[in-house]
Write a protein that binds this ligand. Structure first.
Ligand SMILES: C[S@@+](CC[C@H](N)C(=O)[O-])C[C@H]1O[C@@H](n2cnc3c(N)ncnc32)[C@H](O)[C@@H]1O
Length: 276
């Protein structure tokens, strides 16, 4: 083979490699940019101090199922996993999902990062939901969150949930961390039975975690005092024999309410309340 033909063959092989892509340099690893577009909201990471405050507000503990909706680079879910939680992140951008997995591995924690749209994902098994989205997205999530099991904790960086006011808000130098506790749905008429006493009819009027109502007694309506619903727990008081009878019980969505009533003389009795 002549030198000319050898050079021609070498040049042709090199051209083939370029054409097939084999000679291209390795792709640079994905690097996110703060403010990059997301499906419904851009990516901006929550500062570390706010992440920790959100997890504290939600009292995240070992074994809790924590789901970050729109998990970005994974930092909230990773911080939850470091507290022993079974953490999950749902993120639409597949590059961010891959980055989150690398971040979790580098930090030595197990986190379940999934690519998906938060509005088409099932996270009903969560004990804690974390959010850094936008007010209108929080409001869109609100009915889904309110259908979660009573007592589920929801924490949001900065943005609120429309007229469902937070149970608590902490301010960290201008940034806010909010907490909501999903209340049991208790509105309506309840038939309350206390050991050995006639049945009582109680009407509860509920607006998220705010509760009021009345007891039917002798054809009149006696307003309830100190009515509260916090997660699955319900409490209210009614005047009784010159004192007060205090009811404290708990219920799931749609189930009976069971608990203890402390009568005016201090006696405690069990009560069970059902919907007619
Ligand atoms: C403001 S960032 C918050 C990231 C992370 N939760 C944090 O606080 O550090 C919002 C994230 O939601 C993602 N996102 C936007 N719309 C989404 C959707 N419909 N489903 C899943 N992820 C979404 C964006 O890609 C972005 O990473």
């Amino acid at each position: 083979m002549t030198t000319f033909r050898r050079r021609l063959l070498t040049a042709s092989a090199a051209a083939l490699l370029v054409l097939t892509g084999c000679a291209q340099p390795a792709a640079k690893p994905f690097e996110p940019t703060v403010g990059q577009a997301g499906k419904d909201v851009i990516w901006v990471p929550t500062p570390d101090a706010v992440v920790e405050r959100m997890l504290e507000l939600a009292q995240v503990k070992s074994g809790d199922r924590v789901v970050d909706l729109g998990s970005g680079d994974g930092k909230i879910a990773i911080a939850a996993a470091k507290r022993g939680a079974r953490a999950r992140g749902i993120e639409f951008n597949p590059d961010m999902v891959a980055l989150s997995k690398r971040n979790a591995q580098a930090q030595g924690v197990q986190v379940d990062f999934r690519q998906g749209d938060i509005f088409a994902s099932d996270f009903s098994d969560a004990d804690v939901i974390t959010l850094y989205l936008l007010p209108h997205l929080n409001e869109k999530l609100r009915p889904i969150l309110l259908d979660m099991k009573p007592g589920t904790r929801v924490t949001s960086h900065q943005f609120q949930m429309g007229d469902w006011k937070p149970d608590r808000t902490d301010d960290l130098e201008g940034r806010q961390a909010h907490l909501w506790i999903v209340p049991a749905k208790v509105a309506g008429r309840w038939s309350v039975r206390v050991d050995g006493q006639p049945e009582l009819a109680v009407h509860l009027v509920q607006r998220y975690q705010a509760l009021e109502g009345h007891l039917e007694r002798g054809g009149s309506q006696v307003p309830l005092q100190d009515a509260r619903v916090e997660g699955p727990r319900v409490s209210f008081a009614v005047p009784q024999d010159g004192g007060t009878a205090r009811f404290q019980g708990s219920t799931g969505h749609g189930g009976p309410m069971e608990g203890t009533v402390t009568l005016a003389d201090g006696t405690q009795k069990r009560f069970i309340a059902t919907r007619p």
